[in-house]
Design a protein around this ligand. Structure first.
Ligand SMILES: [Zn+2]
Length: 244
């Protein structure tokens, strides 16, 4: 059975790379075993077939050096916080045993992101319930020590800004793995849609530079913790030392 130190829970393949690719690379470089659980296969996307998207996710997985990647196979565009989905997610947490879970912000305007964040929050809690583990089968109860959030669409004042300058080129490569998502959508797409096409990389870079500036660096990624953070927290443990 694969055991992880850190698990990212993201709605669509490419969300984790775009929002937290640099943080993932910093964690992997620090020796952490990192995995991504995509909630959907992104099959409602304007561009690319599900097969294209699976091949792109496999390429990005390699660039990031992930120890594991899985999919909860919920319907893209229609993710809901059902009892079944959150209990299956809780079972993944008990099997993978990460000490840190990272997901979207709970108020993200994209309904799939918001639902995925809520699934992550509820499954995080449920993973620690002994009776539920008995009823639903699988490994014993084990709740990850820390649940934190990466930034997709909702701006927030970060608890931490991760210095991603040392891994910036590799983060770009991981985002570029999603070639179909970076192509112009064709007529009518002027590149200004919320998430459309050609401006994804530019938006990723603008945001990274803005957060990098705030820590006196070149590129940064914001992380939000909703609770006070102990010096013993997994985030501090893995990322307190300078990269490289
Ligand atoms: Zn998404």
């Amino acid at each position: 059975m694969t055991e992880l130190d850190v698990l990212l829970i993201a709605a669509h393949p490419d969300d984790a790379e775009i929002s937290a690719g640099g943080t993932i690379l910093r964690l992997v470089d620090a020796g952490a075993r990192v995995g991504i659980l995509d909630i959907t296969r992104g099959e409602m996307g304007t561009r690319g077939t599900p097969e294209d998207r699976a091949a792109e996710a496999a390429k990005a997985t390699e660039v990031l050096g992930l120890a594991w990647r899985g999919n909860l196979e919920q319907p893209d565009g229609r993710v809901q916080v059902t009892v079944d989905a959150r209990e299956r997610l809780a079972k993944h947490l008990r099997e993978l045993r990460p000490e840190l879970v990272l997901s979207h912000h709970l108020d993200d305007p994209h309904p799939d992101h918001e639902a995925s964040a809520r699934l992550a929050k509820e499954a995080w809690y449920l993973s620690g319930l002994k009776q539920l583990a008995k009823i639903t089968g699988g490994p014993d109860a084990k709740r990850p020590a820390q649940l934190a959030h990466f930034q997709s669409h909702t701006q927030f004042e970060p608890t931490f800004i991760v210095d991603i300058e040392p891994v910036w080129e590799r983060k770009r490569e991981a985002v570029l793995a999603y070639a179909t998502q970076l192509e112009p959508a064709g007529t009518g797409d002027d590149g200004k849609h919320f998430l459309y096409g050609v401006d994804i990389l530019e938006r990723v870079e603008t945001k990274a530079r803005a957060y990098g500036e705030r820590i006196g660096g070149r590129y940064g990624e914001p992380i939000l913790c909703r609770e006070p953070v102990s010096f013993a927290s997994p985030l501090v443990k893995w990322l307190a030392s300078p990269a490289g």
